[in-house]
Design a protein around this ligand. Structure first.
Ligand SMILES: Nc1ncnc2c1ncn2[C@@H]1O[C@H](COP(=O)(O)OP(=O)(O)O)[C@@H](O)[C@H]1O
Ligand SMILES: [Mg+2]
Length: 804
């Protein structure tokens, strides 16, 4: 089925945010100009140069200036150690939740095909082959996507333009003496010193010392930054002398990138040497984090690794982390998170191995993520689910690091340590089951189950559990092997006496058979599953079973039974649960829709589904909800509303794949709604509204859908007086009203900040005040709260109903 707008250019517009600058940007105007030129004419540009020279900073700057129609998307690869997961990593960044394609690569290519997008692949050097292969496919299969890569070495792909990035310019001592300007390296030093010591000014006498120092550091920004923070403790002349002395032992005298690499190494070494024992311990141990980290997590992983008498007692860990932030070894990376720059992490990893702390530290890291994930699974349906899901999402790179560590055997499969690690990692991969589903990382989840199967080739609990999970995950993306895997899991678990996996095997079998259309067998499997899960008191799995059964009954058109199971599921959930709630309401809505006279119940169910699904970005659930709302709108003669709802749903199906799970019956409703809307509105109007639905900020569309709007509002600047005088808003200040209106229109805090030209932090604070004053706790609640107080909305003047 082709809706008129489906193939239109730019049907879907997405925005990804590039990270904000955490410190001032210096110089590089020539390079930025060249890069802009290259990005204008070429499709693949690689910024190549040694570590710490400023490739990432430059690329991000250039990307911010480039502003392609569909935005720029940054994919950070430094933490990725598994080359095959490159497409998954890109998919995750693009926000794709599709699983139907043959591979994640296909899914990514499908998403990119019609985009005008700049894809930034940051830090490619350790994945050169995988990056080169990926880039070749993107260049071949898309026409408007451009790629900006950063790497210590070029990718050597046909069509690649390489910009070799050298250090920041440093004048010769004579030139500086003659007042020829100090150059960008000195400027960077001065800025960072001023950030370290308030009121710092470069005295004329010190200029030459700084010039010398920057020369000694080869103008490498990272080395300069590490040195500059030392002005806290040392006068400049002394600092320059120490660096001179400290680097003499190094080999930083040769020029060229190897020489610079050695300078950087020496500068980092020097910086490490100046740290206290506790700081050194923290630095090297932090290198186990593949991605950004939360200090609370880091503390537990890095403290007292050697036992009680360790360099780094737990109670000092926070303080030591602060010290490392002060010294620019650890950098802020978004709210509440930190990271190490690549070169700094690599150096730390080498010291960690040397100190013989590698194994203990990585094991703790693995176990920490196992604990976190188990906590997530155990409290899956408890309040605070969106926050816990957000926490896991932020840890995705680290979770991968932990899994990779545990499941890579490095040829030492037989050692007891390796086996224990693999068992922990297998448990982690299994415990992550709900996360793989909820975050739309089905394919990656399957991959880790497959890795578990590779490790545990003989019958074992690990193997049986991985088979059951693989089956469940595979079913959601339509993999044919799911029935067989479930049966194998059941048989193996039965032989091993593993009751839990035995029961889960039947759960998987039920789901797989339902999707295969073998409904009677599916219902038999469900009975087996229920009996066993009840005996085990496996509450959560029982809820999942109810959800699956509601689906089976929707398929068999036993709508009463579907509703009964959905309702039982919903009754079992706490108020803070969002995942099962969204799916439960959506399934109920599908069942109501297909029965005469139940539109009102359907509408209520679908609204409830939308509220729940949008809070955790359950894209499939959102897409179903918008679809059903569109069908209801057409039935009520509200065709304008239907058109933009269908557009919004279409944009989501593009990202999830598998519209309406390929169901012929449901697709019939979709086609009917589209045809009615097109014939009522005319193709031009329909296309305009459909495109608007697909391209307006998604949260705005959801807010309007929930509010029952027919007409999409114009997009004027916000007016605070818009809601003044509405009952209950008196307690808000003018600014808070302005912000409340924007929140209700679905803008993120970041977008609001940009629009009002204030900082995001300020917006965060305002939003919290608004919540506190109105006694609300979420954006959805605020939207509904305002809707309930709003004067009547304009009706759909093109609808037959409006004229009746
Ligand atoms: N032009 C610049 N202005 C300010 N700081 C810079 C500049 N270039 C690099 N830096 C700083 O130097 C450090 C290393 O830069 P980065 O871009 O991470 O290097 P690379 O990607 O080449 O390893 C970072 O802390 C970065 O903020
Ligand atoms: Mg970099």
């Amino acid at each position: 089925m082709n809706s008129p707008a489906a193939s239109g250019p730019g049907a879907v517009q997405r925005r990804w945010h590039l990270p904000a600058d955490v410190s001032g940007f210096v110089g590089r105007s020539g390079e930025l100009g060249r890069l802009a030129g290259l990005l204008g004419s070429e499709r693949l540009v690689t910024v190549a140069g040694p570590g710490g020279v400023g490739k990432t900073r430059l690329a991000l700057r250039a990307a911010a200036d480039a502003a392609p129609a569909d935005g720029s998307c940054l994919v950070e690869l430094s933490g990725l150690t598994v080359p095959e997961l490159l497409p998954d990593t890109v998919a995750l960044r693009l926000g794709l939740q599709r699983g139907g394609e043959a591979s994640r690569l296909e899914a990514v290519l499908g998403e990119l095909r019609d985009r005008k997008l700049l894809l930034i692949l940051d830090t490619c050097e350790h994945l050169i082959t995988a990056c080169a292969d990926f880039v070749k496919r993107v260049l071949r299969d898309t026409s408007d996507v451009k790629i900006l890569a950063t790497s210590r070495q070029p990718l050597h792909v046909p069509g690649e333009e390489v910009l070799r990035l050298g250090p920041l310019p440093v004048p010769s001592a004579d030139a500086a003496d003659a007042g020829a300007g100090a150059g960008d390296a000195v400027e960077l030093f001065t800025q960072r010193a001023a950030a370290a010591v308030s009121g710092f000014k470069l005295a004329a006498d010190d200029l030459l010392h700084v010039v010398k120092l920057c020369r000694r550091l080869d103008g490498i920004p990272l080395a300069i930054e590490l040195a500059a923070v030392r002005v806290r403790a040392l006068p400049i002349a002394e600092l320059a002398a120490r660096i001179e002395a400290g680097l003499v032992a190094g080999t930083g005298t040769r020029r060229g990138s190897t020489g610079r690499h050695q300078t950087l190494h020496a500068a980092i070494e020097w910086s490490y040497g100046l740290c206290t024992g506790a700081e050194k311990a923290a630095w090297r141990r932090l290198s186990v984090f593949a991605g950004t980290f939360d200090p609370a997590v880091a503390r537990d992983v890095i403290a007292a690794v050697g036992g009680a008498g360790d360099d780094l007692p737990l109670e000092q860990a926070d303080e030591v982390l602060d010290e490392l932030v002060d010294k620019s070894v650890v950098l802020p990376a978004g709210p509440g998170r930190y990271r190490l720059l690549d070169s700094v992490r690599e150096y730390g990893a080498a010291r960690l191995a040397e100190a013989g702390e590698d194994t203990e530290c990585r094991e703790r890291y693995l176990n920490w993520y196992l604990t976190l994930t188990r906590e997530f699974s155990h409290r899956l349906v408890a309040d605070g689910q969106p926050e816990r899901l957000g926490q896991l999402r932020a840890e995705h790179a680290n979770i991968r690091g932990a899994l990779e560590y545990g499941l890579s055997n490095g040829g030492q499969k037989s050692t007891p340590g390796a086996a224990a690690r693999a068992r922990s990692a297998a448990k982690l991969a299994a415990a992550l089951f709900p996360y793989w589903v909820m975050s739309g990382s089905i394919r990656e989840g399957m991959r880790w189950q497959e890795r578990t199967l590779d490790w545990f080739a003989e019958p074992s609990t690990e193997r049986a559990s991985a088979l059951a999970n693989l089956s469940l995950l595979g079913t959601t993306v339509g993999v044919g092997a799911a029935v067989g895997q479930a049966n194998e899991a059941i048989a193996m678990a039965a032989r091993l006496g593993d009751d839990r996996t035995h029961a889960r095997g039947y759960l998987a079998l039920h789901f797989a058979l339902t999707t295969a259309g073998r409904y009677q067998e599916a219902l038999d499997a469900a009975q087996q599953a229920r009996r066993r899960l009840e005996a085990l008191g496996a509450e959560h799995a029982l809820r999942t079973l109810d959800m699956q059964l509601a689906l089976t009954y929707v398929h068999t058109r036993n709508f009463e039974a579907a509703i009964e199971h959905a309702q039982r599921l919903l009754r079992s959930l706490g108020p803070g649960e969002r995942w099962l709630r969204g799916n439960g309401h959506a399934l109920a809505a599908l069942a109501y829709y297909q029965q005469p006279g139940r539109q009102a119940e359907c509408e209520n169910a679908v609204r409830a589904a939308l509220c729940a699904t949008q809070e955790i970005s359950n894209l499939v659930g959102e897409a179903y909800s918008l679809e059903v709302l569109a069908w209801l709108a057409v039935d009520a003669g509200r065709c304008q509303r239907a058109a933009w709802l269908l557009g919004a749903a279409h944009a989501l199906w593009e990202r999830t794949g598998g519209r309406l799970s390929g169901s012929v019956v449901l697709d019939g409703y979709h086609k009917r709604a589209t045809a009615m809307a097109v014939s009522t509105l005319g193709t031009a109007k329909y296309t305009e509204l459909h495109t608007a639905g697909a391209t307006r900020p998604f949260a705005e569309i959801v807010a309007l859908a929930i509010a029952g709007a027919d007409v999409l509002p114009e997009q004027p600047d916000p007016r605070a007086d818009e809601i003044s005088g509405w009952e209950g808003t008196e307690s808000l200040t003018v600014r808070e009203r302005e912000i409340a209106v924007l929140v209700a229109r679905g803008l993120s805090n970041r977008d609001i900040a940009a629009r009002l030209v204030i900082s995001k932090r300020t917006v965060d604070a305002h939003v919290n005040h608004i919540f506190a004053k109105l006694g609300l706790s979420s954006r959805v609640q605020l939207t509904i709260w305002l809707r309930d107080r709003a004067p009547a909305r304009p009706v759909d003047e093109l609808s037959p109903v409006a004229h009746a």
